[in-house]
Design a protein around this ligand. Sequence first.
Ligand code: GAL
Ligand code: ZN
Length: 660
Amino acid sequence: MTRPGLHSLTDGRGLLFGGDYNPEQWPEEVWREDAELMRTSGVNLVTVGVFSWARIEPEPGARDFGWLDRVLDLLAGAGIAVDLATPTASPPPWMGRRWPETLPVDESGHRLWWGARNQFCVSSPVYRERALALVSDLADRYAGHPALAMWHVGNEYGQFCHCDDAAAAFRAWLRERYGDLDALNEAWGTAFWSQRYSDWDEILTPRRTPYLVNPSQRLDHRRFGSDALLAHFRAERDVLRARTPDIPVTTNFMGFFKPVDYWTWAPEEDVVSDDHYPDPADPLAAVRAALTHDLMRGLAGGRPWMLMEQATSAVNWRPHNLPKPPGRLRLESLQAVAHGADGSCYFQWRASRSGAERFHAAMVPHAGPDTRLHAEVRAHGAELRRLAGVAGARVESRVALVHDWPSWWALEEGDLPSDRLDPVERLLAHYRPLWERGVSADVVPPSADLSRYALVVVPNLFLISDRDAASLTAYARGGGVLLVGPFSGIVDPRAHVRTGRFPAPLREALGASGEEWRPVDGPVGCRWSDGGAFTAHTWTELVRAEGAETVAAFDDGGPAVLRHATGDGAAWYLATLPDQDALGELTGRLLADAGVTGVLPGLPPGVEAVRRGPVLFLLNHGGGAVRVPVPEPSEDLLTGSAVAGHVTLAPQDVVALRPC
Ligand code: GAL
Ligand code: ZN
């Protein structure tokens, strides 16, 4: 992300605006209309070629670049930059027919066929070879083309395979990790159920079995799966970088997408980009989006990222697809910008008339440009021009939330006291009261340098390494305020239980420890020590204070929330899942302990406030008009109007206030 000599995407362009463009689905006269419409809509970047493998390579080894030359020339002529995709996410049918070993295999040993997309296996040498041959010809052809601004590798990497090639690759990965079989047997705890391996060739990816699969094997397989996809991404990326070292490379992420550990991926790309499809029927969509955008900012190391795909209105892949009400497109796009995005793009430019995504909204709907939706797209493209100065600006946070993929994987392998501890939902529950108070938060990995944060929230870290536990301990002792949620610090990186009172590696920092997990069905009564009752749900623990003070207790007297003054800071422990109101109260106490306040006090419900660089974004996600106090005389960059004292926001309205 900081490679020297890298071409900037926003210099001379401002914020990026555009979408996936699939001209191979249309005759050429439509391309000309597209380019003209894009120009007048303020589009400055389109992603081309994501699914064009069969068009470029109609039969093995053939190349047809003529059409793509014409598309890129046309776009260059219209002043529209291209994010050119390697088309390797959907091999042509000839690939699977000639080389069935390139097709993915599921846990049951069934091969998955062509006729959709994604029918490839990254562990297949044939797939790798043919993909790289195509990528290198693509790079040779378009290196130096005036439209080329970015490379888009593949699409939404995220699938695993259980074929023999994948098993062989898994073994190679395990040899690298463990060296010998004794170490592997120890790490996987194969003394259990007679699982001891006596030969490397006995080791398989976790295929379908008669009963519960070894959790350590599954955890390693998840690590391997993420790494195997990454190895393929890197192979394509390296071909591109060798030809065009100054052109940034990205691949589109999918938010909190479980199969791929984005903390290991993000440093391997030049631009972090994300696909985000909030459900218009989800009442928490705005908070979820904010959290996901903050994850992207975290993945980008605080630098700008871009929203690669979102829908202008309804998607086609939920069972019942609500459209976005008028104004939502703008609100959601500006929300991403407020959270650090330098680009807001869509899937896709023109709605497909055939294929599985015929009923997915687009920037140009089936009804054409003379539509409400396209008018909204245009208006938004125009107003993004006025935010050009925001490009590159950063969002500063004094609060961090910790999220870790291996811990997520380990927690969701099943066979635990409860399957109701969803780490992403826990993260959201803790994020929400921060968001409601206008407190900006970074999402960071457990290995992050925490020293610049006043408050670090660890909603759940079921799996923790000794090093990360030591870092959290040092953080609290060094003056930080740390909150650790329940069922954290339970297993080591092999998924073996850490014996002793829990959470063993954090026990000293927390000045408290536990001995029993007690999942519950109904609500559980709790009481703050300084007065007031609340309820909790799903999970409780039998814990005792060992130096910490009890801040709240269960009705049976056992501690539910504890605070331990340690070194120059404080470590809090939460032994249950408080209801959302109580979590708000707890968050208020944590913020007070850490001396952190929101960007704007007294925010009306539903209003989001985020400061990016000098610009204060206020976004009304609520259903009614609200009056929000404005801290200093400002200009609303979106409308050019002067604002002082307060601003009134209609539902779904946004202002971007720059002090003047
Ligand atoms: C994304 C994908 C796009 C398109 C879109 C539809 O997952 O990258 O190609 O399928 O979803 O919502
Ligand atoms: Zn395979």
